[in-house]
Design a protein around this ligand. Structure first.
Ligand code: AMP
Ligand code: FE
Ligand code: FE
Ligand code: ZN
Length: 291
């Protein structure tokens, strides 16, 4: 069992627990801190932070930004203060992409309405929500099965969407007060040299940390990532990537096999880095100039 879980999705993106419910569950599990890290949005932050006060658990406001670097690479941003202006484009494009997926499904005679989906699932709709619809229509056994059969790259209902360029994304996170951290480094199928190249490139733009403990990562993988983080003086973070019923095999605060083990001690340096960053951003802002 872990002390903290710094990677959690809510209904603000493609998780199935509301921010309040995720925080409540984390508190019930006895976690000392939990971060909300919804995809490309900070929409769930206020609710999560207020639930944290009610349930007596520290809530870290975060985000997980999808970027492109050959493959899709995810950058977490902790203690983010503001919306990232660049993400407005990404959000609009997601909407366009979703309309197209719904049209493809409707053209096959499936009773799918994107307007209905928005009423039901809120603003931040993604492929996992289409996966749930496909499940309900009896066309898939799970969300993951829906990806394999219909929604994944190369499948019938796959429509690409725009994501931010990786350099711009890391810089935008910093400008919005977030401490940028490379998410789940093994997801990109890179060898040691390629991963180092990715890390170095992101560090040139302000990367400060790396997610070293993650659902499904074994002891050897964790050792490797922690060594790498040490070599580059990157902060270490860890989290489950909980998505509720959209990824039912992943447990909040536990991971897949109960392997998740992230010490509270890792949060202190992250918090300090955020405080320093916020101070330097405040000093830059015109409103703080001497009057
Ligand atoms: P989108 O951003 O709408 O293209 O959807 C991508 C999201 O789908 C990712 O953030 C993942 O959380 C989720 N996802 C990707 N593959 C799967 C899968 N096989 N099963 C469930 N969720 C998935
Ligand atoms: Fe997701
Ligand atoms: Fe991710
Ligand atoms: Zn995630």
């Amino acid at each position: 069992m872990t002390e903290i879980d710094l990677h959690v999705h809510t209904t603000a993106s493609d998780g199935t627990c509301t921010p309040r419910e995720a925080v409540r569950r984390a508190a019930m599990l006895g976690l000392r801190a939990m971060a909300v890290t919804d995809h490309d949005t900070v929409f769930g932050r206020a609710e999560a932070v207020s639930a944290g006060m009610d349930y007596g658990i520290e809530v870290v406001p975060g985000i997980e930004v999808s970027t492109k670097y050959g493959v899709s690479v995810h950058i977490l941003g902790y203690y983010i203060e503001n919306l990232i202006p660049l993400l407005a484009n990404v959000i609009n494009d997601r909407d366009r992409r979703n309309e197209q997926i719904a049209s493809l499904m409707a053209a096959d005679g499936l009773p799918v309405s994107y307007a209905e989906m928005k009423k039901r699932y809120g603003k931040a709709i993604g492929r996992p929500h289409f996966g749930r619809v496909l499940m309900e229509l009896g066309l898939a056994e799970s969300v993951s099965d829906a990806f394999t059969r219909y929604l994944g790259r190369g499948q019938r209902y796959f429509v690409p969407r725009k994501t931010l360029d990786i350099d711009a994304a890391v810089e935008a996170i910093v400008q919005s007060g977030g401490v940028p951290v490379l998410a789940h480094p093994f997801q990109y199928k890179k060898n040691d040299a390629e991963l180092r190249e990715l890390i170095e490139r992101c560090m040139d733009h302000g990367l400060r940390g790396m997610e070293c403990r993650y659902s499904g990562y074994d002891a050897e993988q964790v050792r490797y990532l922690e060594k790498l983080a040490g070599e580059y003086s990157l902060l270490k973070t860890g989290g489950s990537d909980f998505h509720g019923d959209n990824k039912p095999h992943i447990g909040l605060g536990t991971g897949i096999f109960g392997e998740l083990n992230v010490p509270y001690a890792w949060l202190e340096p992250l918090k300090e880095a955020a405080e320093k960053l916020h101070q330097s951003l405040n000093n830059q802002s015109p409103s703080s100039s001497a009057e």
